[in-house]
Write a protein that binds this ligand. Structure first.
Ligand code: UTP
Length: 289
């Protein structure tokens, strides 16, 4: 069973400036919860009990969100706001959550390397702190069950429009069973005509601990950062690496348009607002069409 997860959340979020100047993108609200709480909930629903968050300068509000706030709890208790009290308490009880600072922002591979001592020599999950997944089953749970069956690293893949593959890490491989690929090529941000497929990394991974050795051996790549994709290419030379194409939707909150879409899509799922929101969207659609 995979019990430990790492959530990198130290990045600058430059695509979402100016709001990310003083506020982590991982703390932006989707309806009424910060993005990173959705990520933690997916991990917990997938069996994770121990989470290490990689944070950095300007990211203290993430720590505060997952820590207890006794004053607020007292206030809610005195005012008999039981529902809100439970909501607030639930956050701290989700999992054992720890924090470590990434000293310099040297990329995703570098961020994950900070988890080496915490994780030790056991398989572990990685969930990007700025990515919400909407799927029937928690996506990480699917990955965990593939890991149990095949015993090697497995990553989530999303099928995207071939015209936009150059924004992502892309794989090439053989489909060995429905929606499961044995990966044999990994390229970070390829040109559209050089991409081996339109299957891209979707921000959820389960790694064998050897990934740490591979990160250590990975030189800086694109943008002079230690790229996780480059470390995975090394891993794939000695270990098997699988890719699971999931059916669902990935929302990258670091991207302004995705952020707006996420609020609408998840808002439509919320019983307390879906009626009004749907009506608003229908009226708006009439107005703009
Ligand atoms: P992104 O590449 O989307 O993050 O990383 P970024 O660098 O903050 O974004 P832009 O391009 O400047 O807008 C995906 C996840 O990995 C974390 C980010 O915080 C995000 O949750 N990350 C990225 C780190 O923890 N450290 C890094 O050095 C880079």
């Amino acid at each position: 069973m995979i019990k430990k997860a790492v959530i990198p959340a130290a990045g600058f979020g430059t695509r979402f400036l100016p709001v990310t100047k003083s506020q982590p993108k991982e703390m932006l609200p989707v309806i009424d919860k910060p993005v990173i709480q959705y990520v933690v909930e997916e991990a917990v629903e997938s069996g994770i009990t121990d989470i290490l968050m990689i944070i950095g300068k300007g990211k203290r509000s993430i720590e505060e969100h997952f820590d207890r706030n006794y004053e607020l709890e007292n206030e809610l208790a005195i005012k008999n706001k039981e529902e809100q009290l439970q909501e607030v308490r639930k956050i701290t009880g989700l999992a054992n959550i720890h924090f470590v600072w990434q000293k310099e922002l040297n990329g995703l591979g570098d961020a994950i390397s900070y988890a080496k001592h915490h994780v030790g020599r056991e398989p572990f999950a990685v969930l990007l702190g700025d990515t919400i997944i909407k799927s029937e089953q928690p996506l990480l749970k699917n990955l965990a069950s593939i890991f149990e069956r095949y015993g090697d690293s497995v990553v989530a893949l999303e099928e995207v429009d071939p015209a936009i593959v150059s924004r992502y890490g892309v794989i090439g491989g053989d489909e060995i069973e429905k929606d499961l690929y044995a990966i044999n090529q990994l390229i970070e941000k390829p040109k559209a005509d050089e991409a081996p497929s339109n299957l891209v990394f979707a921000g959820r991974y389960i790694f064998a601990p050897e990934i740490f050795d591979c990160i250590d051996q990975t030189p800086p790549g694109i943008n002079n950062e230690i790229q996780l994709t480059d470390a995975m290419r090394l891993l794939q030379k000695t270990n098997k690496l699988y890719g699971h194409r999931f059916s669902g939707k990935r929302f990258d909150i670091g991207n302004k348009l995705d952020f707006i879409k996420t609020n609408i899509v998840l808002g439509l799922e919320r019983e307390d607002m879906n009626g009004d929101l749907k009506q608003f969207i229908l009226n708006l659609a009439k107005e703009i069409s």
